[in-house]
Design a protein around this ligand. Structure first.
Ligand code: FES
Length: 580
């Protein structure tokens, strides 16, 4: 029987009271149907409801262990007197979804935003892992601004194949080159693919998933050590438990997302991204999250803050170790401590402490994996933002993954009009190309592909690979996988399909890249470019209905985060009208 005396609602205290704390018809309805799950009446006594936003899916193998992880979060919530309610949102699996998960990041963020705002939720735990699941969930939650804490699913155990360490993604590109050169056969490949993914978890290189997990920690949005504990390590479950506990406390403290995601927090994250040799995808995602929070973050901030940051972490794709090694060496707290003089030390984090309080005593257990500041793994860690008449609004390059000798280079352009043109011609023995050429790929940006895929590290011509050429300057309006490497200029803005000058470049034009001057220029006169613009046929035509139409009509460019224009900003979490 219900013990109504046990209710202790205080008006205006919790959003969930507007659903569960009423004695009218609507209160009856809200509680009654919930009770079909076997919930006793005291669960509706005014305790904080913690929504556990879950991206579990068997189609997202990196997040396939999340139902288990959610149980640990629930234990923590219950222990602190909260009421955990798990709910699913759209999951985005990097390896299966076509044409690219990035086409759906904003759609998933809308799912998250409306699921949180429309339901009796007081605080949120975001279960994130595979690349886009992290920004999608944070963007959606940011637009609601409730007390929110992120928990990453953790990286897979290190890949091992025939006694060599192999890394997710990074070895896909390496194996592809070996197969193109005829040095690896199908049997080798089938054996190696099982060795690469040998436990639950996401990519264990410093790819986009590990980068974004590190960003969660550097932003102060996840508990310390979130970035690196392997998914299969029991300590990941302990972190999940502690995350659940903390979510309840955050509601009681009214520690909203906007108190954590400040400009200072984003600046800390940019420094951290440089120091870990993080993915270029973090640029786009952090710009989009900042846009939802109303924080004025720009590409110029990335360049300014990243310029002096060395890469301390010797992890693939820039280096040789993997996330498991990173965890044993001390993980992100060590990196943040090393970069202390460049941090806003007072930035608040979800555990109620400042970022500096969290990391100041971190110990480095392996200086080969996390190199000391005075002897860094690579001198240049930050993301370089390039400008010039090929990318007036900016393009990005990751120096730590590039070939030093190519960072200042001038060459003849070999241009592919789109990905189909590239696939048709790249391995044609008659293709007029040599190792000094610059390969250019158009129409792979947000509107052009559409969806902004990770094709920017497109493979070199087979005939040059066979000659032993291992890198060339490549330019496109695409992204690249965080697990990839090479002297690759990405995210040119505006993109070709939006009428950016990339649309006008032709094979034979001379292109100049000078990373130290942050320059990306085609040596073509303004008059000639104007002539070409008049002949330009306009963007490719895509589907005329559904999500893709909405996306193409409203997506913004790479330099502002590739959000939909009408999703930028936030609306808080006001309680809507009743449904009946
Ligand atoms: Fe999911 Fe790499 S494929 S994190």
């Amino acid at each position: 029987m219900a013990d109504t005396k046990k209710r202790h609602f205080k008006k205006g205290e919790l959003r969930s009271k507007e659903w569960f704390g009423r004695t009218d018809r609507d209160g009856l309805m809200h509680r009654s149907w919930m009770k079909n799950q076997g919930l006793p009446h005291h669960m509706f006594d005014g305790r904080p409801v913690i929504g556990i936003c879950n991206t579990w899916s068997e189609l997202t193998p990196c997040n396939a262990h999340f139902r288990d992880l959610a149980e640990s979060v629930k234990r923590g919530v219950l222990e602190m007197g909260g009421f955990p309610l798990e709910f699913p949102v759209m999951s985005l699996g990097e390896t299966l979804m076509r044409p690219t998960t990035m086409l759906f990041r904003n759609l998933a963020s809308m799912d998250v935003e409306e699921s949180i705002r429309g339901n009796p939720i007081d605080g949120v735990v975001l279960l994130v892992g595979c690349d886009k699941t992290t920004p999608a969930l944070v963007m959606g939650a940011a637009s609601c601004d409730l007390p929110t804490i992120a928990l990453s699913g953790g990286p897979m155990l290190n890949g091992r194949w025939r006694d060599q360490q192999i890394g997710s993604g990074t070895h896909v590109w390496k194996f592809t080159e070996l197969m193109k050169k005829g040095e690896m056969d199908t049997n080798d490949m089938i054996e190696a693919e099982a060795c690469m993914s040998r436990s639950v978890g996401h990519c264990m290189t410093m790819g986009t998933a590990s980068t974004m997990a590190s960003m969660m920690e550097a932003l102060g949005l996840a508990l310390p050590t979130n970035a690196a504990i392997p998914a299969a390590d029991s300590r990941r479950k302990v972190l999940a438990h502690m995350t659940g506990r903390r979510a309840v406390e955050m509601v009681k403290e009214n520690l909203k997302l906007s108190k954590v995601l400040t400009k200072e927090a984003f600046e800390n994250a940019i420094v951290a991204n440089g120091a870990i040799g993080g993915s270029t995808n973090a640029v786009v995602h952090l710009l989009a999250i900042a846009g939802r929070m109303g924080v004025d973050l720009t590409l110029a901030d990335w360049d300014r803050l990243g310029r002096e940051v060395p890469c301390l972490v010797d992890l693939m794709p820039s280096g040789k170790y993997l996330m498991e090694d990173f965890y044993y060496a001390g993980g992100l707290p060590v990196v943040l401590r090393e970069m202390g003089d460049k941090l806003h030390k007072k930035a608040l984090t979800v555990n109620g402490k400042t970022i500096w309080e969290n990391v100041k005593d971190a110990k480095n257990w392996n200086e080969k994996v996390i190199t000391p500041r005075k002897k860094p793994f690579k001198k240049q860690g930050g993301i370089a933002v390039l400008r010039g008449n090929l990318a007036p609004n900016g393009a990005v390059l990751k120096p730590s993954a590039a070939t030093p000798a190519l960072m200042k280079h001038k060459g003849r352009a070999v241009v592919f009009e789109d990905i189909d043109d590239y696939n048709r011609r790249i391995d044609d023995p008659k293709l007029d190309v040599d190792k000094n050429c610059i390969l250019v790929l158009k129409n792979c940006g947000p509107k052009g592909y559409p969806g902004f895929p990770e094709v920017g590290n497109f493979a070199l011509p087979q005939k040059l690979l066979k000659q032993g050429v291992s890198d060339m300057v490549r330019i496109s309006d695409a992204r690249m996988s965080g697990t990839a490497y090479g002297t690759v200029v990405l995210h040119t803005a505006p993109e070709a399909a939006a009428g950016g000058p990339l649309a006008l470049i032709k094979s034979g034009d001379i292109v100049e890249l000078d990373v130290s001057k942050r320059l990306l220029k085609m040596h073509v006169s303004d008059a000639e470019l104007e002539k070409r613009r008049k002949q330009w046929k306009g963007p490719p035509v895509h589907e005329a209905r559904g999500w893709v139409k909405l996306y193409v009509d409203h997506v913004t460019q790479a330099d502002t985060g590739v959000d939909l224009d009408f999703l930028v900003g936030n609306s808080g979490a006001p309680i809507g009208r009743e449904s009946h």
